[in-house]
Ligand binder design. Sequence first.
Ligand code: HEM
Length: 219
Amino acid sequence: MNWITEFFTSTIGKKVIMSLTGLFLCLFLLIHLVGNLQLLLNDGGAAFNAYSEMMSKNPFIKAVSFILYFSILLHTVRGILLWQQNRAARGGVGYAVKKANDASFASRNMALLGSLMFIFIAIHMAQFWYQFKFGDVASGSIAPYDKIATAFEVPWIAILYVVAQIAIAFHLWHGFQSAFQTLGLNHSKYTPMVKGLGYVFSILVPLGFAIIPLKFLLG
Ligand code: HEM
C-alpha cells in the first residue's frame, strides 16, 4: 500500500492522476456532446426529452456521475497545485521569454484555461444540472428541451457558451496529447496519430457544443 501512496504523491504520480482524470473527462465530453446534439433534431424536442428522462432514471449513469464530479474536482485541484509547484520551481515567475516562445499558447496557459473551464462548468451546472435534478425540470413544470431552448434564446447566455468553447478548445489542444505523453504512450508510429486525433477532437467537440446555443439564438 505504501508504494501506492508514495507513487500518487510523487510529481509523476500527480501527473498520472491529471492524465487519467483528463482522459475520463474527454470521454464524458464526447458522450455529453452526442446526447446534446439531439437538440438539433427538428422533432420538437421528442428525442432529447426521452434521452433526458432515461439518463435521469438509469442507476448506472447515476453512479458514473459521482465518479465524474470527483474527477472534475480532483483534476482541478491537482492542476492548480501542479501549476503552483512548477511556478515555485521557477522562482515564482512565469516562463523565461525564450521558453515562452518554445511552448504553445495552450501549453503555457493550461492552468488559466482550466480555471476558465471550471468557472464555466460551475455556471453551467447551476443553470442546467441543478434545474434538471432539483428545480423546475425535475418537478415536471418544464420539459428538458424547452428549458434549454428558453435559456439559449437569451443572447448573453448563448454567447457565454460559445465563448467558453474557445477556452475548452485550447485546453484540449494541449491536454489531449499531453495525457498520452505523461502515461508514457510514446511511439514513433502512434504519437503523430494521437496528436492528430487530439487536434481534431479539440476543434470538433467545442464546435459541436457551440452550434447548439447558436441554433436557438439564431432560430
Ligand atoms: C450546448 C452545450 C451544452 C448543453 C446544452 C448542456 C446540457 C446539459 C444538461 C441539460 C445537463 C443536466 C443533465 C442532467 O442532470 O440530467 C448538463 C450537465 C452537465 N454538463 Fe452540460 N451541456 C452543454 C455543454 C457542456 C460543456 C461544454 C461541459 C464541460 C466543459 C459540460 C459539462 C457538464 C457537466 C459536468 C454536467 C453534470 C453531469 C452529470 O450530472 O452527470 N456541459 N449539461
